[in-house]
Structures are given as structure tokens and as C-alpha cells.
Design a protein around this ligand. Structure first.
Ligand code: ASN
Length: 314
């Protein structure tokens, strides 16, 4: 395997810019936490080690080369790739609207370092709503994105001026396209091209991906999931879905994906008792800060960068 390189990268980033990114990040965290509290969500603490985590695939778009693991007192524990399965279990515990600012470790292939939007360690704000449908998530996030843009425009006026960033204004609901439409119009690799062609964020619905995203009961091979995509070439902001919650469907989907069902034993035991239907999603905090501040690379907005392929200095 290739070795991580590039000690110099951390040193060239202008210290003044890092301070601006830190302030914008702080205001994003303040606004996000307030917003979800205001909407009646309960904030949970994150989990970092667990026998279960998001498999992140099979997904042709994923380039995670392995799942981080440690062995502790005879247990094999994975580093969290996302808290999706824990979110479903927390909803089953009766927490009907929840969010977590969740550190995620995704050991991406070094080639992803050049994408501008991949990190091997980042934080996502992950949320889940019992009995919700995708339209509920669209409305919530449309309001959130407009709100965070307006909040930071005021709270970080000096930082945006120093960075030379002018945020575009947008209102109304964000447009919704199917991935089939996007592929037809912008090609197989539609994300960046479509993002560049837009001035406001948009939704892309129906992706073939992990077992926990619900398959449309009325249309096999179609999925009740979605991504929110930033405009101006910044690409994916959020991914989420209505969830598979029936035990037999979950087992079927794990089988189809040829995953080791043994790894999901406790989750499956609890799913057998009955999960609650839900929908949710998660957005990367650093990607949001990158979009707001117009940074070239998502690693630039981290105080301690975690870019695939680059050596970790501190
Ligand atoms: N947070 C995403 C979701 O809620 C999952 C992910 O990050 N892979 O669906």
C-alpha cells in the first residue's frame, strides 16, 4: 500500500485563514445545535467504538480501503464510519427526534485526497426522525441550509471578507432530481458537473446503496433515499433515507449485499423485536464550512487536517 506523504502541506496553509475557518466552524456548530434543539431534537453523545458500524457499501462511489478496528478484551471493535445503525436503535428506545455530532473515521484510498471533499476523519451531524418521510427531511434541511447561510453571513462577516467569499442567496425549496435524470443530463459522474451548473443546492434522489436505505415497495430497484448537493462545484453535502425497519427486509438486503450477517448480530436481534420506521440523514460539518467559506479543499478548514494520502503531522 502506498505511504502517506506531504508533510509540507500543513505548513503552507495561511495561519490567518485557519483562524477564519475556525470561527466559521464554531458558528456553524452553534447554529446547527440551536436549530436542531429548536426543532425539538434531542442531542445524543457519539459512539466511537462498537461491534457494529455502517458498512458504507457495497457502493460503487465508495473508496474506503478498510474499516478501522481495534481488539479490546477479546472483542473486535470498529471505529465509527457513521452512526446510522445506532440512530435506528436509539429511535427504537423511544427517542423520536435525535441528532449527534459524530466523529467518523473512513479510511479512504489516497487517490481521494485530490477530490477536494474527502477526509479520513471528519464530523457529521447525523439526525433521525421517527415515522418521518423523505419530504419531511427535505423541508427541514431546506430551512436549515438557508438559516445557516444567513447566520454565518452576519456572524462571520469579517472572516468572509478576509477570505474574499461572497455567498450566493437563494430561497424557496431546493429542486429535486432523480439520479437517473442527473445521469442522463450530466453523465455517469454527474455530481461535480451538476453541482457546477447550479447556483442553489439541490436534491438527488434514488441511489443504489446500503441495506438500511429503504427500497421503494412500489418499485423494486428504486430507493427512498437522497443526497443534498451544494452548488458551485462543492458537491455532496448530505446523504440520508427512509429506512428499512422490518427484520425480514433487513436480513434480505444484508444477504443481497453479501455482508457478513454475523457482524450485525446484536442489531439484528433488536431489529427482530421491531424497529420503528424512520427517516434521517447526515451532513459533514467540514464540507458545510468549506462550502460557506469557499475553501479549495475540505482539509483546509480543519485545524488538524486529515486528508487521504497526506501524512498526519499532529
Ligand atoms: N448519515 C447517513 C444517513 O443517515 C449515513 C452515512 O453517513 N453513510 O443515512
Amino acid at each position: 500500500m502506498e505511504k502517506a506523504q506531504g508533510f509540507q502541506v500543513i505548513l503552507v496553509e495561511d495561519a490567518g485563514k485557519r483562524k477564519a475557518y475556525a470561527k466559521i466552524t464554531s458558528e456553524v456548530l452553534r447554529y446547527s445545535t440551536d436549530f436542531f434543539h429548536r426543532k425539538g431534537f434531542v442531542q445524543l453523545m457519539p459512539v466511537i467504538l462498537s461491534p457494529i458500524t455502517d458498512p458504507l457499501g457495497p457502493d460503487p462511489g465508495s473508496s474506503v480501503i478498510k474499516t478501522g478496528e481495534i481488539e479490546y478484551l477479546g472483542q473486535r471493535l470498529s471505529l465509527t464510519q457513521s452512526m446510522i445503525l445506532h440512530k435506528q436503535l436509539a429511535v427504537k428506545e423511544g427517542v423520536e427526534k435525535l441528532f449527534i455530532i459524530s466523529p467518523n473515521v473512513r479510511l479512504e484510498h489516497p487517490k481521494r485526497g485530490k477530490s477536494g471533499k474527502h477526509l479520513f476523519e471528519f464530523s457529521q451531524l447525523d439526525f433521525e426522525i421517527a415515522h418521518a418521510k423523505k419530504e419531511d427531511v427535505f423541508a427541514l434541511m431546506d430551512e436549515f441550509v438557508r438559516g445557516v447561510v444567513e447566520h454565518t453571513r452576519v456572524a462571520c462577516r469579517e472572516e468572509f471578507a478576509a477570505l474574499g467569499r461572497e455567498l450566493l442567496e437563494f430561497d424557496g425549496a431546493f429542486p429535486i432530481y432523480t439520479t437517473h435524470e442527473l445521469k442522463e443530463k450530466f453523465g455517469e459522474d454527474w455530481e461535480t458537473v451538476a453541482s457546477l451548473a447550479h447556483k442553489s443546492p439541490f436534491w438527488a434522489v434514488c441511489h443504489k446503496r446500503e441495506f438500511y436505505d429503504k427500497e421503494d415497495p412500489e418499485e423494486e430497484g428504486h430507493y427512498l433515499n437522497y443526497d443534498l448537493v451544494y452548488p458551485e462545484g462543492f458537491g455532496e453535502a448530505l446523504s440520508g433515507a427512509e429506512r428499512e425497519h422490518e427484520y425480514s427486509r433487513i436480513v434480505g438486503r444484508i444477504g443481497k449485499d453479501m455482508l457478513d450477517a454475523g457482524r450485525y448480530e446484536a442489531y439484528l436481534e433488536l431489529a427482530k423485536e421491531g424497529l420503528v420506521p424512520s427517516a434521517g440523514g447526515g451532513f459533514g460539518i467540514e464540507r458545510l464550512v468549506r462550502y460557506l467559506s469557499g475553501a479549495t479543499h475540505v482539509g483546509d478548514v480543519q485545524m488538524f487536517r486529515r486528508v487521504p494520502g497526506e501524512a498526519v503531522v499532529v
